[in-house]
Design a protein. Sequence first.
Length: 316
Amino acid sequence: MERTHEKYQRLIDYCKSLPPIITAVVHPCDRSSLAGALQAAELGLISPLLVGPDKRIRAVAQECGLDITGYTIIDAPHSHAAAAKATELVREGKADALMKGSLHTDELVAAVVSREDGLRTARRVSHCFVMDVPGHENALIISDAAINIAPTLADKVDILQNAIDLGHALRLQEVRVAILSAMETVNPKVPSTIEAAALCKMVDRHQITGALVDGPLALDNAIDLEAAKTKKIDSPVAGRANVLIVPNLEAGNMLAKSLSFLAGADAAGIVLGARVPIILTSRADSVLTRLASCAVASLVASTRREQARVIGQNDG
């Protein structure tokens, strides 16, 4: 039976009504990254600035039969220079988002978090997957499965708040976060359960805001109501979570890839915590997943514009 990808399609259709976000596409020097940017542009999701070696970008376009007439190419000799130039475009107010091309994630993130000329904010940068899982009613946000390897409790505060903010940008009616561990009880021998409990207390004290948060929760009782009932967990989150915060990168990576390769899920990706959203795609991503990643960034940028407008009105 062919999947309809209705969650992603709804997201993309909604974002077609928003103004395209000016996006610096960093080193789009292979078919998948260049074609993905052009397809998102054709749908009106982004307005791309192609940042990388001019001759190489044109050669890839010609080789792959892609028409880049009318698109701006900003010449940069190699991937490192392209990442630096793209962050410069953001700092100058000439781009509202970044999009990863054919360079390693670490190289792009290094330019973003550079203390001298990066795009740092008070928040730590973190990655979120927005996963379309067959048979699951709503999209699942999973964080962090790509950037923070062994996050501390302080890191998890930012990871959690970034994910909550993304849930609001995605127009979730209620953001319900499960802090995952291997069990749902606090066990001094399992540090992730203690950190989960601490995060929940920080929510109680309004150090983290904007969501219902519970943890520690195991994966089954985080997303399955029957499992939560069986364990007698009394919680507005248990069995109904739409955001999953994992203990570390290894757990998150395994969870996301298990859903992708065993359950047929799609995984749109975005990095938050910098001045602008960063569209993080993989060469293995389908066209729809790439477009969904662009749509997620469009919603984040749109939400930030609205917040800035409200702040400006209040200041006035």
